[in-house]
Design a protein around this ligand. Structure first.
Ligand SMILES: Cc1cc2nc3c(=O)[nH]c(=O)nc-3n(C[C@H](O)[C@H](O)[C@H](O)COP(=O)(O)OP(=O)(O)OC[C@H]3O[C@@H](n4cnc5c(N)ncnc54)[C@H](O)[C@@H]3O)c2cc1C
Length: 404
């Protein structure tokens, strides 16, 4: 058992004894490359994230020292082509990396997801060659950290209503407005910002830290994703060079395309958090004696564990199949919604049950469960809320949009 001391906190954290559950022998469905990628991410999380993450979550700080390692395990742009600095991996490898990182912490996975799917992806897909060469290699190594500005104070689930806008001033664009709840914002070097032109059409713009009128105040007092920095993006007459507009796609479909990629990663990531909670609760149930026997020998606790492993196994199958469809270019937005919604809800339910299984110990930082549980309250809300994803499935099967 290690003891961490800093100015404010003195607490002990259990060593990371994680054993990944694979009840249906799903490793048989993975290639050697998938397993290699997964195992190196798993080993890195054990060595570099588990020992420090509780301390950083407690003091509400992103551990910047892990950025280089995140880049090395393929956490920044796993599926971006090698010529732009990415890892050139397939979608299942991408998913497995997200699973392992979120096994450590959803906040760390958020940084990886935002960088990969919400910053590198739009530059790769919607940018021109100069933009790709200028930004992608630096984002892949972590030299640059990016953020993604879509949500506004008055437009969350309905981003198409956004009021952030830019005007064509001849030799530059003039950007005004504000974005809220932006992961990585307080320290990001660049922001991919979605804003309307004078005709009301949505475009992506790359805004760089240091541009006059651009500020990124941090959002404090979060009880969730405490090891991830969240903030606002404020644009007060920011002069954005014309070459910073992403030229190859516009309209709401452009940011939504990025969200497809990020939500797919979240569907895998949530399994990681769930596996960590299950594994911790299983071990605790075998060791904790009450009424002269391990609590794991009682029917009530076995019911919880049996349901957890069943739901994890179903989620693993869902994401694996979705990964195959993504690799074939056949996964639909609605299929991704279903997996994000199901898996995050599954992880949240498991985290709540696992926390109860640890009794009083479950609320402490000695175990990862309460941190996962609180993190997942953000994951169930961001990138489309639980309810909004249900409406997407509802629309897909009935043909009727029920949003308005
Ligand atoms: C920690 C964190 C990090 C985030 N990071 C980013 C980021 O990096 N970039 C970014 O752009 N955004 C980010 N977000 C924003 C996130 O995507 C939004 O919070 C989310 O989309 C929901 O928007 P909202 O909070 O405004 O809630 P609202 O849209 O106001 O929704 C409130 C409630 O109403 C429900 N609701 C809304 N519309 C309907 C409807 N038509 N029918 C039924 N129910 C409805 C919702 O499901 C929800 O339960 C982040 C959020 C958090 C908490």
């Amino acid at each position: 058992m290690r003891t961490f001391v800093n100015q404010k906190f003195l607490f002990k954290m259990k060593p990371d004894l994680f054993q990944a559950p694979d009840y249906y022998l799903l490793d048989d469905l993975l290639t050697e490359e998938h397993k290699l990628v997964r195992d190196s991410a798993r080993a890195w999380v054990k060595k570099e994230v588990s020992p420090i993450i509780e301390e950083y979550a407690q003091k509400a700080e992103f551990p910047k020292q892990i950025v280089k390692g995140l880049a090395e395990i393929g956490g920044f742009g796993p599926y971006i082509p090698v010529e732009y600095g990415g890892a050139g991996l397939d979608q299942i490898s991408y998913g497995l990396i997200m699973q392992e990182i979120e096994r450590g912490d959803s906040g760390v996975r958020s940084t990886s997801s935002v960088q990969s799917s919400l910053v590198m992806y739009p530059i790769w897909k919607y940018g021109n060659e100069e933009q790709r060469m200028k930004y992608l290699p630096k984002l892949a190594t972590g030299e640059f950290i990016g953020c993604f500005g879509l949500t506004e104070p008055d437009y969350g689930s309905n981003p198409g209503g956004m009021v952030t806008n830019f005007k064509d001033m001849g030799d530059h664009y003039l950007l005004n407005g504000a974005k809220m709840w932006i992961s990585n914002a307080p320290f990001a070097d660049i922001a991919v910002v979605w804003a309307k032109d004078e005709s009301g059409r949505i475009h992506g713009l790359i805004v760089e830290r240091g541009m006059e009128g651009f500020t990124t105040p941090e959002t404090h007092n979060k009880w969730s994703l405490r090891a991830s920095a969240t903030g606002e993006l404020i644009f007060d007459n920011v002069k954005v060079p014309k070459e910073n507009l992403l030229p190859n796609k516009s309209g709401l479909g452009a940011p939504l395309g990025c969200l497809d990629s990020a939500r797919y990663g979240i569907a895998w990531g949530a399994i990681g958090a769930a596996m960590d909670c299950y594994d911790t609760a299983l071990r605790y149930s075998q060791e904790r004696i009450q009424f002269d026997k391990p609590i794991g020998a009682t029917q009530l606790q076995q019911k919880k564990l049996a349901e957890m492993i069943t739901e994890i196994t179903k989620a693993q199958l869902l994401t694996w199949r979705l990964g195959v469809l993504r690799n074939e270019g056949r996964a639909t937005t609605a299929q991704i919604s279903m997996a994000k919604r199901n898996n995050v809800d599954m992880a949240l339910t498991i985290a709540r049950d696992a926390r109860q299984m640890l009794g009083g110990m479950g609320i402490t930082g000695e175990y990862s469960i309460m941190r996962h549980m609180m993190n997942l309250e953000s994951v169930v809300t961001y990138e489309g809320t639980h309810d909004i994803h249900l409406l997407i499935t509802g629309m897909d099967v009935t043909g009727f949009p029920a949003f308005k």
